[in-house]
Design a protein around this ligand. Sequence first.
Ligand SMILES: Nc1ncnc2c1ncn2[C@@H]1O[C@H](COP(=O)(O)OP(=O)(O)O)[C@@H](O)[C@H]1O
Ligand SMILES: Cc1ncc(COP(=O)(O)OP(=O)(O)O)c(N)n1
Length: 264
Amino acid sequence: MKTALTIAGSDSGGGAGIQADIKTMMANGVYAMSAITALTAQNTTKVADIMEVTPQFLAEQLDCIFTDIRPDAVKTGMVASAALIRTIAGKLTEYQAENIVVDPVMVSTSRARLISEEAIETLKEKLFPLATVITPNIPEAEVLADMEIETVQDMEKAAEVIGTRYGCSVLLKGGHQKNDASDLLWQKDKKPVWFHGVRIDNPNTHGTGCTLSSAIASNLAKGRDLETSVEAAKRYISGALAAMLDLGAGSGPMNHGFAIKEEW
Ligand SMILES: Nc1ncnc2c1ncn2[C@@H]1O[C@H](COP(=O)(O)OP(=O)(O)O)[C@@H](O)[C@H]1O
Ligand SMILES: Cc1ncc(COP(=O)(O)OP(=O)(O)O)c(N)n1
């Protein structure tokens, strides 16, 4: 069986973070492992508190994982501090990890800040160069490209700026667009590829970014190329959103149980 690792924060509400990642990896037919960067006291309306693990404890989790069951793919999510990012980059390099999807999580749907300014710089410097692909949403891409993104043309420009500046492939997610929900894959020396998605009229989008990046990692773990992995992941997230689960008082989680099953 193929294996995938999520390095991310725990969401006590179960909609995003480690919990969304594990549900997604299971539904996509890979064995899921986790290294936790922080605990969040969180629900569909707020992030009430955050407790980070120490860099030493994160390193111990990664040592235990990589010296026993080697992951075929790795996804990183919420990593709030520069010290933790340096630890992750060091361990991924030491163990020569492959198929790395970096989701540069900055702010939650409930508008809580999930990363420090200093840590954004460390992400760019240490983690992006190791990534098979990074998956910013539009607000994150605006920070990374230093530009405003309003139109489809802006998305194309921003993806190119980010990919060229940080030397990595970029999937710029369009969930925050006004009309459709189409994502753009930029890869060096290749024609950019659009993954078109109709906007599903569902206010419950908590954890969509975590879910998409974990689905991409699951498909990479199964040996698919990046483009095919993104295509399958887009199908998965669309299925999970279209299942119209409605839980909690805020922006609720998606239904992983109803999402299409990929073959193992
Ligand atoms: N209402 C929606 N309908 C269809 N797809 C959506 C919707 N909202 C988000 N998505 C998709 O979910 C994925 C995550 O995108 P996005 O919401 O932009 O990321 P994040 O959760 O990091 O803010 C993307 O594939 C995006 O196109
Ligand atoms: C612990 C934790 N990690 C990540 C997020 C943000 O989730 P994401 O899927 O990137 O974004 P939203 O769709 O929830 O905006 C989180 N809230 N908690």
